[in-house]
Design a protein. Structure first.
Length: 250
């Protein structure tokens, strides 16, 4: 159990973008950030699911969430401006991004990995996160204290058979985090990666269909680390790789 005790108003006055906010860890993180005062931008590909998250937030908090129905598979250099212009119109500044949306893809040997699926997984998990970050850097620069979190995985730190494009994309995610953290080390923007570890979600159930989900931690149990990294208490922490399962909150 993490010792970190976030202040209930930790994120008041902050605007935070959460990708993959419609389900799983991203949904819980978005709601938790709003409960701590943040205005959250909820990005996901399913409008109905996003509206349900939006309703949950507005009925329980005084914050102003905004839904952004958008399929990251369709985010390309050409469409980047459409998304980011509308985001920039909606917000003055951006104080945080939780890059959380990911595709799992097939769990098969590289020899049999479908090439088109490889490209989709790499695009959603890596290229879309790059395009979003690049386009939103000017908005992050306006914040006095901005945090970017990239979501990693155990297989993004040690490769494992049959994890294919997902594992490779998470290695790339770690690389992107390190490059960006180094480039921004003298700025107000910090960049870190977070591996939630096995967590009770739809993605985990797809990856391990025989596993009993009740043996896994819920997304809620990881929220102290998600709050610590996105909020002011992690000011000065940059270029670090975090593991929710071993983080002791100190
Ligand atoms: P889920 O599959 O439960 O949720 C993923 C979220 O990403 C959903 O909101 C999903 O939308 C969204 N998403 C997927 N593809 C796109 C897309 N093309 N455009 C926009 N949104 C998209 O995953 P988890 O909550 O389990 O995982 C969250 C993060 O944590 C991921 O980065 C994952 O790799 C990482 N992780 C998870 C682990 C676990 O055990 N759960 C372990 C290690 C890492 P929709 O609702 O439409 O499906």
């Amino acid at each position: 159990m993490a010792r970190y005790q976030p202040h209930k108003n930790l994120l008041v006055g902050r605007t935070i973008l959460v990708t993959g906010a419609s389900d799983g860890i991203g949904r819980v993180a978005a709601i938790t950030y709003a409960q701590h005062g943040a205005d959250v931008l909820l990005l996901g590909r399913d409008r109905k699911k996003l509206e349900a998250v939006n309703d949950e937030i507005t009925s329980a908090t005084a914050t102003s969430p905004l839904i952004i129905p958008f399929d990251l598979a369709k985010l390309h250099a050409q469409s980047e401006t459409v998304l980011t212009d509308s985001l920039r119109d909606a917000i003055q500044q951006l104080d945080g991004i939780l890059h959380n949306a990911s595709l799992l893809g097939s769990k098969v040997p590289v020899a049999h990995y479908p090439s088109n699926e490889w490209e989709s997984v790499m695009h959603v998990n890596v290229t879309a996160a790059f395009l979003l970050t690049k386009a939103l850097l000017p908005a992050l620069e306006k914040s006095s204290d901005a945090s970017v979190i990239f979501t990693s995985s155990g297989v993004g730190r040690k490769g494992r058979a049959f994890w294919g494009a997902y594992a490779v994309s998470k290695f790339a995610t770690e690389g992107m985090m390190e490059v960006l953290a180094d480039e921004l080390s003298d700025t107000n923007i910090r960049v870190n990666s977070l591996n939630p570890g096995g967590t009770r979600t739809t993605m985990r159930a797809s990856a391990y269909p025989a596993e009993d989900p009740m043996t896994l931690p819920t997304p809620q149990e990881h929220m102290p680390l998600y709050l610590y990294l996105i909020g002011p208490d992690s000011r000065g922490v940059n270029g670090k790789k975090f593991d929710a399962s071993s983080w002791d909150g100190s």
